[in-house]
Design a binder for this molecule. Structure first.
Ligand SMILES: Cc1cc2nc3c(=O)[nH]c(=O)nc-3n(C[C@H](O)[C@H](O)[C@H](O)COP(=O)(O)OP(=O)(O)OC[C@H]3O[C@@H](n4cnc5c(N)ncnc54)[C@H](O)[C@@H]3O)c2cc1C
Length: 290
């Protein structure tokens, strides 16, 4: 089903982001975790893509296995900063042939080697515009509750988002955030800008200090001081931090549900445990099939 239909249900749409690992052991582990995630009945999962295009064949194998063996609806991420129109056309053919209806259209992070960027596309709005001429897929784009790190201002950031929507995007998936107030302010800003599209809130269940530092290093994301202090105070206690992450994200999600969030999109990092516990906390103990 297309995103534009999925988000019309009036219910908060649950979805998961996963990434295609590049070693065999991690791929095996992913398939074990995918079985649990499947039982949580997500509307769809999204599959990340490396902006440099590395590891494409492996990523496609994983896509096919997730689709055919687990019967997931999958929204692949498309990045364009290092892609030519031919690369995009070839990917569209592959995903269309394999039953895809939705894409998350992204610029991608700028690689260190600047000679390989902006071949045909320099930003996501250009990609959305191109995709719309080539396909009837439903197209999603990224939004940044605290602004994108390269954006000169919050105003410029919203103008860029508006450009992506006006180029034909149907849904917005946000960067992770830990302060719901930032998300609510973002919703106000986009409404004032005349954007009337569903917004799926990006939820990151924290599992370690390392992960938190890594995920927020390149993004503008405020981490509440008390939350961070607690993590730092017991940074070697994995179970404690995972439980803290579950408790924190559960509260966050409950408040988002009270505000009728269009969607909760969990950055799972290929793990099911925290997502499952959070969904049980917010919807009740027997959430999902098992
Ligand atoms: C939900 C989500 C999923 C993601 N998945 C992936 C993934 O799978 N792979 C990956 O590599 N990255 C991924 N990213 C990260 C993303 O690629 C980076 O944040 C990237 O830096 C920006 O991508 P974008 O699509 O938001 O870019 P854009 O919307 O193009 O914006 C990027 C920056 O460029 C500026 N800009 C845009 N157009 C212009 C213009 N004409 N002139 C001047 N400035 C301009 C914008 O203001 C913004 O600061 C994801 C991000 C999110 C939120």
């Amino acid at each position: 089903m297309k995103l534009r239909e999925i988000y019309k249900s009036g219910k908060t749409v649950i979805s998961f982001e996963i990434f295609p690992p590049d070693n065999a052991e991690a791929v095996e582990k992913l398939f074990t975790e995918a079985g649990v995630l499947k039982n949580l009945n997500p509307a769809f999962i999204s599959l990340t893509h490396s902006a440099s295009g590395k590891n494409k064949e492996n990523a496609r194998k994983i896509f096919l296995e997730l689709k055919n063996d687990f019967n997931f609806q999958i929204m692949p991420h498309f990045t364009c900063i290092c892609s030519t129109k031919e690369n995009i056309d070839e990917s569209l053919d592959f995903f269309k042939t394999n039953g895809t209806e939705n894409i998350l259209a992204l610029r991608g992070d700028i690689p260190e080697d600047k000679s390989i960027i902006c071949k045909n596309f320099c930003n996501a709005a250009e990609l959305v515009e191109y995709l719309n001429t080539k396909t009837d897929f439903s197209i999603a784009v990224a939004g940044y509750p605290e602004g994108h790190i390269e954006s000169p201002s919050i105003k410029a950031d919203i103008e860029n988002l508006k450009k992506k929507i006006d180029s034909g995007a149907d849904v917005i998936f946000t960067q992770m955030f830990f302060e719901n107030e930032k998300f609510f302010e973002f919703l106000d800003r986009i409404e004032k800008a005349g954007i009337q599209k569903p917004v799926a809130a990006g939820i990151m269940p924290v599992i370690s200090l390392n992960q938190l530092n890594k995920m927020t290093r390149l993004a503008k994301v405020t981490i509440p001081e008390k939350f961070k202090e607690k993590i730092i105070s017991r940074q070697d206690d994995k179970n404690y931090i995972r439980e803290l992450g579950i408790e924190f994200a559960s509260k966050q999600c409950l408040e988002l549900l009270e505000h009728n969030a269009d969607g909760l999109h969990f950055f799972t990092l290929n793990r099911s445990y925290s997502a499952k516990r959070i969904l049980e906390n917010i919807y009740g103990g027997s959430y999902g099939k098992s």
